[in-house]
Design a protein around this ligand. Structure first.
Ligand SMILES: CCCCCCCCCC/C=C\CCCCC/C=C/C(=O)SCCNC(=O)CCNC(=O)[C@H](O)C(C)(C)COP(=O)(O)OP(=O)(O)OC[C@H]1O[C@@H](n2cnc3c(N)ncnc32)[C@H](O)[C@@H]1OP(=O)(O)O
Ligand SMILES: Cc1cc2nc3c(=O)[nH]c(=O)nc-3n(C[C@H](O)[C@H](O)[C@H](O)COP(=O)(O)OP(=O)(O)OC[C@H]3O[C@@H](n4cnc5c(N)ncnc54)[C@H](O)[C@@H]3O)c2cc1C
Length: 664
């Protein structure tokens, strides 16, 4: 058999649910589905957005090509009068990190969240029309996670009514800001505010970097690219920059002043707005990153699932076909939990978007009460989903065997582009430690304060600490209440145990540092409660379409019981489960895999990914893998000639034993 076309046709016939309805469930609504389907096709059918050749381009060509795509996209946005939502989808489907990500997802949100009304009136229209291009310059060579440790200074000069932005040390050089090296005209620069010799915390300042006429850096500003990053194409379309400031003057009204103000006289005024709002842009982007995780993971899973149905190895009987690798239980036990995770992350991302929208409205009305929980949820879920997605993409590469390592599988570039999400917008361990602080506080207050929001389950602390799981058969695991309770009990027990051990330390900060590895595990357990619970809440809603809800229920159990199996050490050590119950969960998991199996291809079709987005020969919708792999190999420019450059010069002299006289 040359290709897998017939295999995927057969697989699609096996589906036990309405794929079109599942596409709507995945997208969130019919309207969302139609919108994203339209924009995906717009991008897929436009040759300027071609991306197969990307990994072969040198950096300068790659970057220029990326600038061209952005300009073309902007023209489309104007010509077709696309809304902001459509424009965001356009950027998603173009699938190329670019300076516009920073413009729309960090520069504009930072001004929206931290600027005064006057600042918003001035800067937002300019930015939204792309008349200024902004980036987010927070991280420095010496500090990223520790924002309070940043060294760049913004010293107020009362004589001129200006701030003087300065990089006093090498380590204070801004390092990483995307879009900055070659494109952005402005940046939000985070710096230590100095008034009359006194430090008043780190704040954001709008600093112009380049001349708007000729694009040259302004006097006092040294700016450049920080160099090639992991992977060939991948994140190298982005110009991550280094900036040094040498006493650069900016007007006083370019400090973002919603949180605190500096008066004309140079006095510091702290408003009622908590200073944590300075970190608000990061909360916003972390929420976006969670929503994006399901998109990235679903791409890898779609490729690996389709290819697993096409690929056959071993087991031929009487000259018949060999076994599809998707039928191996080991393949299923690695692939199907990732398929289920993609759906789980999709639904928790939807919920987090709702939570963020609610918090944003409250913040606008000066209600800051839910900010700590929003911070803990965005930080924790950003960490959980990006770590699982990065690991999941790499697992999908392995699930595709040798061909997964080919760039034309689409997986290496996806991985290289995705993996920095574990680091940017907060290193994943540092983020889990933020959740830990929130949990420790919640646990310490349990005696007198009712936990709310995502920790509300800890109100039942006594029951969750004392009663144990009642499951006696594998069948009994198919109960959402039983599953969620197991996760809640494990999380509560881990958090309470950490709290008890912390209480033995005289110095709480020392205790926190000493127990930090355990605290990270407890935080992960709590974040898993959130994902599992939000999946159940989704299932409680009306989900139209034949068989759709049933399949989502199967995926819920796969997700939850797989996690239970993976972390069974925690479930056993906390005493909530017996080894027998853990083993029954695993038995049920095997049964669930066989329920997923006939639906696997239809479940990945439901992501509605275009071949353009997947950019993968292994994941082609039509399954025509082998002929296309073969064709692509001979279309590779490296195969233009049978005799590669250098063969005559370096190989032939060796073959002829003439190296001594060759010119090397
Ligand atoms: C195409 C790409 C591939 C796929 C990617 C997905 C893209 C998805 C779509 C997104 C769109 C665009 C993305 C743009 C590209 C991204 C480019 C990357 C940009 C960056 O990385 S910008 C830099 C980000 N930097 C960080 O995240 C730094 C991390 N550090 C911190 O956040 C903090 O300093 C801290 C959390 C570590 C806190 O340190 P600490 O010293 O303890 O804090 P303090 O300042 O003292 O504050 C303590 C109290 O404040 C609370 N707190 C902390 N943070 C927040 C917050 N954000 N909100 C509310 N409250 C907060 C903290 O809990 C303490 O509270 P307590 O006193 O304990 O009550
Ligand atoms: C592709 C990419 C794009 C980026 N874009 C931008 C941008 O546009 N603007 C911007 O300002 N920044 C940007 N960044 C920078 C990014 O935000 C930081 O790299 C990130 O916040 C991590 O900080 P760090 O590099 O200081 O890591 P570090 O904090 O130095 O981390 C190093 C190690 O130390 C550990 N660690 C650190 N602190 C603790 C602690 N308290 N307890 C336990 N372990 C700890 C971490 O877990 C990690 O293992 C980007 C980074 C990347 C990779």
């Amino acid at each position: 058999m040359e290709g897998g076309v017939d295999y995927l046709i057969d697989e699609r016939k096996k589906a036990q649910f309405d794929v079109e309805a599942m596409k709507v469930a995945w997208a969130g609504s019919r309207q969302a589905f139609e919108l994203s389907d339209r924009i995906a096709k717009l991008v897929a059918n436009d040759p300027i957005f071609e991306k197969f050749s990307r990994p072969m381009l040198g950096r300068k060509e790659l970057f220029k090509n990326s600038l061209r795509k952005v300009a073309h996209a902007w023209k489309l946005i104007i010509d077709l009068r696309l809304s902001e939502e459509e424009a965001k989808l356009l950027r998603h489907y173009i699938d190329e990190p670019a300076y516009t990500d920073l413009q729309w997802e960090m520069f504009i949100p930072a001004i929206e969240g931290q600027g005064t009304e006057e600042q918003k009136r001035k800067w937002l229209p300019l930015a939204r029309k792309m008349q200024v291009i902004g980036s987010y310059a927070q991280t420095e060579l010496g500090h990223g996670s520790n924002v309070q440790g940043l060294e760049t200074t913004a010293t107020f000069d009362p004589q001129t009514d200006e701030f003087v932005i300065h990089s006093p040390t090498l380590t204070s050089s801004k390092w990483w800001p995307g879009g900055t090296a070659k494109v952005s005209t402005h940046a939000i620069v985070y710096a230590r505010l100095i008034l009359d010799g006194q430090f008043h915390g780190v704040h954001g300042f709008i600093v112009q970097l380049r001349n708007l006429e000729n694009h040259t850096p302004l006097p006092g500003i040294t700016v450049g690219d920080i160099g090639m990053k992991f992977g060939n194409g991948a994140y190298n379309t982005m110009d991550n920059g280094v900036i040094r400031f040498n006493h650069v003057h900016i007007p006083r009204n370019q400090m973002l002043m919603r949180v605190s103000q500096v008066t004309r006289e140079g006095k510091f005024v702290q408003s009622d707005v908590p200073r944590q709002l300075l970190y608000g842009t990061m909360v916003y982007v972390r929420q976006k990153i969670v929503a994006d995780a399901s998109k990235a993971l679903s791409r890898a899973v779609c490729i690996a699932t389709r290819y697993s149905a096409v690929r056959r190895q071993f087991g031929s009987r009487n000259g018949g076909p060999e076994i599809q690798v998707i039928d191996y239980k080991t393949q299923q036990s690695r692939l199907f939990p990732l398929l289920a995770s993609a759906y789980a992350f999709r639904f928790v991302g939807e919920w987090l978007k709702w939570l963020y929208t609610d918090v944003k409205q409250r913040l606008e009305a000066n209600d800051f009460s839910t900010l700590p929980e929003a911070h803990a949820c965005t930080a924790g879920l950003k960490s959980l989903t990006t770590s699982a997605t990065a690991d999941g993409i790499e697992e999908c590469r392995k699930l595709c065997g040798g061909h997964g390592y080919l760039v034309s599988s689409g997986i290496p570039e996806l991985f290289a582009t995705y993996v920095p999400a574990c680091t940017f917008e907060g290193d994943n361990v540092v983020m889990m430690l933020q959740v830990a602080r929130f949990l420790v506080k919640t646990v310490s207050e349990l005696g007198y304060k009712q936990p709310v929001g995502t920790t509300a389950y800890m109100r039942r602390v006594t029951a969750l600490m004392q009663s144990n799981c009642a499951v006696r058969t594998a069948e009994e695991w198919l109960n959402p209440g039983v599953v969620v309770e197991a996760f809640e009990a494990r999380s509560t027990r881990m958090a309470v145990a950490c709290g008890q051990r912390l209480a033995k330390f005289e110095n709480p900060e020392e205790g926190f540092a000493e127990l930090s590895a355990d605290l990270v595990e407890a935080s992960l357990a709590h974040c898993q409660v959130i994902v599992v619970s939000k999946f159940v809440e989704k299932l409680q809603q009306e989900i139209p379409g034949k068989g759709v809800k049933r399949l989502l229920e199967v995926l819920f159990y796969v997700y939850a019981l797989f996690l239970l199996h993976k972390h069974q050490g925690d479930f056993l050590a906390t005493g909530y489960l017996t080894p027998k119950q853990a083993s029954l969960a695993n038995d049920q998991l095997r049964i669930l895999y066989s329920k997923v199996r006939p639906n696997a291809i239809a479940l990945v079709d439901s992501f509605n990914h275009t071949d353009h987005l997947l950019s993968s020969i292994l994941g082609r919708y039509d399954g025509n893998v082998y002929p296309k792999l073969y064709e692509a190999a001979f279309n590779d420019p490296f195969n233009d000639s049978d005799i590669a450059d250098g063969i005559h010069q370096y190989v032939q002299p060796m073959l002829r034993q003439e190296l001594h006289s060759a010119k090397l």
